[in-house]
Ligand binder design. Structure first.
Ligand code: HEM
Length: 307
């Protein structure tokens, strides 16, 4: 059987994104199954109706609900969001058993798809959180720095993000990690330019990487640039985007990976730090309000749920 991947995983950055997390209503699993089976067709129909919108989407499930849909087999890496803490920062799993991640160049089209999918689930979903995100300037986070520069490119994107032959039943699935961060922009903006740049290990306006020797061990890009035992870079495909109201501003962090272990190692390196306890100083300007780990199944698995 060929396993196609969901459309929301690979494409380049969009100008609009919507993240919706849900809990599953336990006595309506049958309705949710039918909706998951129909979802690929629903996404395709709206995509074809608005060809200029570059609409794409992923739908995922977490470890708690997976067995309700498939009690025979499970993706090998499906597990709860990890728990890490240091003296001032703690991250943990928060509520959310299913997710819609919808991206496009038109907010009206994003909304249409979200609404159509939600209707299809026929009251089998309870909304946990709905976060509407936008492209800010030239793909900057609200701290003013370009986000996504070191993402894998071209062929590499699929190699990094999609499950391969190592888990044949779930080939072309992907592991999605979400964290909603709320920034303390007042504190951030009190820093001078050089201090802000040191936090990332990159320059703000020209968006250039610091030479390695000049990066602080606390720099965000130092803490997240990891290598495996063979010296190969460990990578994830990030689709993080800002959200904002006049009272709350932050980043919806989103990353796709062929295994959740890469994300987990990066987060551990940020929060627990290295052997000398160097933690990520970016975390002193922002707070994680959520932590979710989902599996985005291949479309063949979704189709197999039909009656
Ligand atoms: C790099 C922002 C959280 C993983 C970056 C960069 C920015 C940034 C501006 C530099 C440009 C780039 O390559 O994208 C943020 C913000 C975060 C956040 C504002 C939260 C508020 C995270 C988390 C992870 C992560 C939770 C993973 C656990 C990475 C990786 C890179 C990166 C892998 C590329 C490092 C490199 O190869 O140079 N981030 N990030 N980030 N971030 Fe984050």
């Amino acid at each position: 059987m060929t396993h196609a991947f969901q459309t929301g995983i690979i494409p380049e950055a969009s100008s609009d994104a919507l993240f919706v997390t849900f809990n599953l209503v336990r006595d309506r699993v049958a309705q949710a199954k039918q909706a998951l089976a129909a979802s690929t067709g629903i996404i395709q129909a709206i995509e074809q109706q608005f060809p200029d919108a570059s609409l794409c989407a992923s739908i995922g499930l977490n470890h708690a609900v997976w067995p309700l849909f498939d009690d025979a087999k499970q993706p090998s890496g499906l597990a709860p969001f990890p728990h890490f803490k240091n003296q001032s920062v703690e991250v943990n799993e928060t509520a959310g058993e299913l997710v819609f991640h919808i991206r496009s160049m038109r907010r009206d089209v994003t909304f249409q798809l979200a609404n159509a999918l939600y209707q299809a689930f026929d009251q089998s979903l309870e909304i946990v959180e709905e976060v509407s995100c936008f492209k800010y300037l030239d793909n900057r986070d609200l701290t003013g720095f370009v986000d996504g520069t070191e993402n894998p490119e071209g062929e590499q994107r699929q190699q990094v993000a999609l499950v391969g032959k190592e888990d044949p039943d779930f080939e072309h699935g992907s592991y999605l990690n979400l964290m909603r961060f709320v920034h303390d922009l007042e504190k951030w903006e009190h820093q001078d330019l050089k201090s802000q740049e040191d936090v990332y290990g990159r320059t703000k306006y020209a968006n250039e990487e610091y030479p390695s020797a000049q990066k602080s061990p606390h720099a965000h890009t130092k803490r997240t640039s990891l290598k495996d035992a063979n010296g190969q870079s460990l990578e994830i495909l990030r689709h993080s985007m800002p959200f904002a109201s006049l009272t709350e501003k932050g980043l919806m962090f989103a990353s796709y990976s062929k295994t959740p272990s890469v994300f987990n190692l990066m987060l551990e390196s940020m929060i627990k730090g290295d052997e000398e306890g160097h933690t990520d100083h970016l975390m002193t300007f922002t707070t994680a309000h959520t932590g979710n780990a989902f599996f985005i199944p291949p479309t063949s698995w979704l189709a197999s749920l039909a009656d």
